[in-house]
Design a protein around this ligand. Sequence first.
Ligand code: GLV
Ligand code: MN
Ligand code: MN
Length: 419
Amino acid sequence: MTEKTCESALAVDSERLWNSLREVSAFGATPGGGLDRLALGDHDRAARDHLVAAARERGWAVAVDPVGNVFVTRQGTEPDLPPVLIGSHLDSQPLGGRYDGTYGVHAGLEVLRALDDAGVATRRSLVLADWTNEEGSRFSPSMLGSAVYSGAHDLDAALARTDTSGATLGGELARIGYAGAWGGVPRRLHRALEVHIEQGPVLEAEGVDIGVVTGVYGIRWYDVSVRGEGGHSGTTPMALRRDALVAAGAVVRAVSELADRLSPELRATTGEIVVSPNSRNSIPGSVRLALDVRHPEDAVLDRAERALEELTADVARATGTEVTIEPVLSQPPTVFDPRAVAGVRAVAERLGLSNRDLVSGAGHDSVHLARVTPTAMIFIPCVGGISHHESEDIRHQWAVDGANALLHAALDAAQESED
Ligand code: GLV
Ligand code: MN
Ligand code: MN
């Protein structure tokens, strides 16, 4: 057997991968079979501790940076060369699924374990990362850990972000024991690879094993504030009201109709609504809405932004309320490095896995990594395309195929000599 054939026979341990996914699902498990593991809460701490314990068991170095990103390093034979980074996130949506992010971290852990067990020495070190606050459900914006790591977001501003109870990200990092430092954290990378569930229906519907991700939709977030006038629900005649929730309802509907007006590929969502005073027999005096708008082209997102400004002004005029809209995130569309993407495609072919190109509508930490190193993503199918929901699910074989694709893509990159 040549060395090459030996390496392509290398595979992850499918049972160990599945067990490790099952184990980590206990941290923040919901009665509905999903996860409530918000960033830097106690369940996130438990999932992080579980990862760190697995790393220490193998003697791998663990580093935590100042925004709480965790890095596990399996050292290569030439540790001065920039390493290959594999990773994803352990935090979840408030009623999220077990695999969004967690699958990528635990597939990465299994890749390191499989290389160890097979005694494979890589030239470059392999670094497994768990990125802080990918989801953005607790601290806005999303992908904050990788944004700070890549220089796209200021560290102090990130640490000062607050959740709805007023807790700061920095305070929560200290509380759970994950406020670190830059020492030991790899800053120059050779390649970044992330395996993730598709979170959409294409791969399963087409019976395709692997999605080769060529890029990610642009994402814009907005906070909308509606100010009307509160009052008594029984005594204020309808004609005299300036009900902030009625105005907000008109905004929600108009947002949901934006795609019809602008582009079928546009995704426009009102995901949060906070009503004040939120009492059945009081007229709502103010409302806050959180909007999420996505498209693969910046020009269409610009048009959507202008449409949002117009529609909020129209609603304000029609309802006699004050409506303001404030951008809170503008993430341009990402195109991944063609060579890194070709590397993933070649691995899928070599392993006999059917594959197709996909553009991701979901945001990922890889978007930030793509600014600092050639980056690629591997998707596996998920049942019914459902994600950000407790019923999110994957099949054992899909998990194994994705982890094997990650294993070989990471190994190829780790053996490369040139920068
Ligand atoms: C994160 O999961 C996102 O796509 O917003
Ligand atoms: Mn994710
Ligand atoms: Mn997510």
